[in-house]
Design a protein. Structure first.
Length: 188
């Protein structure tokens, strides 16, 4: 938001349709693989985890497009403290995505649990941002600034939801490797 990169923003928006198509293709391939090969055990868990992960990644892409579009609306006027909070959320979400990619490939269930727990930090930042924005909104008198903060809240919510979907992916990775869902004791 603070250091706008219009080329990267355009790439995110342009790639959304491709991500949607890849998700549909991955789903069809998974269904075909299950029907033709009848995988069992670890192989079946891998196919199912991949299919479920594709759905979450597609939704993350949709939220990324929302962040880009809203960011274009607010980038000039957004207060510095709010920018910092949004950027911290974005850094964590990006890190979670990068680390989950590695955890999936390495079949690392311990890493998946560690990444799953990072969503708590995203949720905490979201809650702090809402408090920050609410206090600013209470002092507003003109409608234009109100629209700005509404868009900031929508951006923050999109980042928070991205974290939730990444948490889902961490659960998929864990279940793929462990052969059972992540339970409460594992998450603690």
């Amino acid at each position: 938001v603070a250091e706008s990169n219009e080329d990267l923003a355009n790439e995110v928006v342009d790639n959304d349709k491709e991500v949607d198509a890849l998700e549909r293709e991955a789903h069809a391939m998974g269904v075909r693989l299950i029907a033709l090969r009848e995988p069992k055990g670890r192989d079946l868990r891998t196919v199912i985890a991949a299919m479920r992960t594709c759905v979450d990644v597609e939704r993350i892409g949709d939220y990324a497009v929302n962040v880009v579009r809203l960011g274009r609306l607010v980038r000039q006027d957004i207060p510095e403290g709010v920018v910092d909070e949004l950027e911290r959320m974005g850094v964590i979400v990006t890190s979670m995505l990068r680390e989950l990619r590695q955890a999936f490939g390495a079949r690392d269930k311990a890493k998946a649990v560690e990444i799953w727990k990072q969503d708590d930090e995203v949720d905490q930042l979201y809650a702090e941002l809402l408090i920050h924005v609410r206090s600013r909104m209470e002092r507003l008198l003109d409608g234009e600034r109100l629209e700005l903060y509404k868009n900031v809240v929508f951006m923050a919510k999109a980042l928070e939801r991205m974290g939730d979907h990444l948490m889902n992916v961490a659960e998929h990775v864990y279940e793929m490797v462990a052969g059972r869902p992540m339970d409460h004791a594992t998450r603690s």
